[in-house]
Write a protein that binds this ligand. Structure first.
Ligand SMILES: Cc1cc2nc3c(=O)[nH]c(=O)nc-3n(C[C@H](O)[C@H](O)[C@H](O)COP(=O)(O)OP(=O)(O)OC[C@H]3O[C@@H](n4cnc5c(N)ncnc54)[C@H](O)[C@@H]3O)c2cc1C
Length: 418
């Protein structure tokens, strides 16, 4: 239906409007076919606007086959209108509620449901998480020619549903009521989902450049990792590394082995405050690495793939254009843990501490009530687990997130029998 453009949903909008992109991404990543009508280019748009009493100021507008008209809707409003979550009983006490349907959450759903647990996954946008935004994952076991992130996500979702796991899409967890058991997860519309065990797989978000059309180039010139694979893509070319921390330093040194030139775009005055001394020395000594302090990228351009960018020297205000096709954003990741409000112990960067990483003082502060120590992926709250990128010390890879999803289920069984 998607490839033949057979759909029961019309999106009225503009490709230059951020809201339109968000709505289309939500529908696409949830595998829901839709027809896009471009306000500026498509014939018959005015007739539709008049018929449904909407104006250009209302875009993006979503019209469903039952003629429900949504003006600049939230993801949850779209999910409700299209009945994504109609089959879910929100009052039932589940064995396991999982927050986040990235690789970690989906793996936990597959293993949990296949081993007989009653599993509900709550996902604020669409299954796949960060991996879903990757055009091709080349290092995941079993896919020698790589697999698209969307395809991996849709296969994993089908697999979880085949075993009976349910997915609630378009609504995020706002709070974990962890004062007593069963725990309850408060979701976007104020409902509480009771659970005997909880797995937090809400991941992390890489800090992104504040540039409007960034998502068009993610995976097509904009990268969040500098591994052998990315290095191959830009051998002999000029590249940009954004950031001033150790990850940016390591990326610059690594890429300089194969790239013609590595430009380090640094917003601050230099590297001294944020990078290890040994890396700074290597960068200073390397003839192919050029540092640009007080500098920021201000625009990205290209047709399909990134072709050029502009950066600004914030001291002089001068903007330069460079025909560089690759930019590595190494400005760190922010864990999605703001909604936990002190329920579980976090490290100083906000990632969740688990198992042996929990110090006696963490457990004392959380009033850990059991004689046994926390299981491997268990947080400072019994029966609440954290897996994947959101967990302190995790590897930030698809395979490790999936592995942690399966390991956590073994401990969930033990907790449910306690
Ligand atoms: C562009 C890109 C390319 C990558 N390429 C590779 C690669 O080739 N190989 C590799 O091994 N790794 C790659 N990675 C890293 C890999 O994608 C991550 O390590 C992996 O996705 C982590 O999985 P996760 O399930 O822990 O978290 P995430 O993938 O971050 O998923 C978390 C999910 O939780 C949801 N969520 C967050 N908060 C809430 C909430 N409050 N309520 C409900 N839902 C919530 C999010 O919407 C998201 O769907 C890439 C990452 C990016 C960004």
């Amino acid at each position: 239906m998607i490839s033949r453009r057979i759909s029961d949903v019309v999106v009225l909008g503009s490709p230059h409007c951020k809201g339109t992109l968000r709505v289309r991404e939500f529908l696409t990543r949830n595998g829901h076919p839709h027809t896009m009508l471009d306000l500026d280019r498509d014939a018959g748009v005015q007739e539709l606007l008049d018929r449904f009493h909407v104006t250009a100021a209302d875009i993006p507008v979503v019209i469903t086959c039952s003629e429900v008209v949504l003006r600049n809707p939230t993801n949850q409003q779209i999910a409700d209108a299209l009945g994504f979550n109609d089959a879910i009983d929100q009052t039932q006490v589940r064995d396991l509620v999982i927050v986040g349907a990235g690789p970690a959450g989906l793996a936990a759903a597959v293993y949990g449901a296949s081993e007989g647990l009653d599993v509900l996954v709550v996902e604020s946008t669409a299954p796949g998480g960060q991996a879903g935004s990757s055009s091709r994952i080349e290092n995941y076991l079993g896919f020698p020619t790589g697999i698209g992130g969307l395809e991996l996500a849709s296969r994993a979702t089908s697999q979880a549903q085949k075993f009976g796991a349910q997915l609630m899409i378009g609504t995020g967890a706002n709070r974990l009521a962890c004062g007593r058991t069963p725990y309850a997860l408060e979701i976007g519309d104020g409902h509480r989902l009771p659970a005997r065990a909880v797995i937090i797989a809400s991941g992390a978000e890489y800090r992104r450049l504040q540039i409007d059309n960034l998502s068009r180039f993610e995976g097509a010139g904009v990268y969040y990792a500098a591994t052998f694979m990315e290095a191959q893509l830009c051998t002999g070319e000029e590249v940009v590394v954004v950031g001033a921390g150790n990850s940016a330093g390591q990326a610059a040194v690594f890429l300089a082995q194969t790239a013609r030139r590595v430009h380090m775009v640094i917003r601050s005055a230099g590297l001294a405050d944020t990078m290890s001394r040994y890396l700074i020395r290597r960068i200073e000594d390397h003839p192919a690495i050029v540092r640009h302090p007080h500098t920021e990228i201000v625009s990205l351009e290209g047709n399909g793939h990134l072709e050029r960018m502009r950066w600004r020297d914030n001291q002089s205000g001068q903007v330069e254009t460079h025909g560089i096709r690759h930019v590595f954003t190494m400005t760190g990741a922010v864990p999605s843990t703001h909604w936990l409000e002190g329920c579980v112990a976090l490290d100083d960067k906000g990632f969740i501490k688990t198992g042996p990483d929990l110090l006696p003082e963490d457990l004392a502060a959380a009033r850990w009530p059991l004689a046994r120590p926390p299981h491997l992926l268990e947080t400072s709250r019994p029966g609440v687990f954290a897996i994947g990128d959101v967990r302190a010390g995790s590897l930030k890879r698809v395979a490790s997130a999936v592995g942690e999803g399966s390991i956590a289920i073994a401990a969930v069984h033990q907790v449910l029998h306690e």
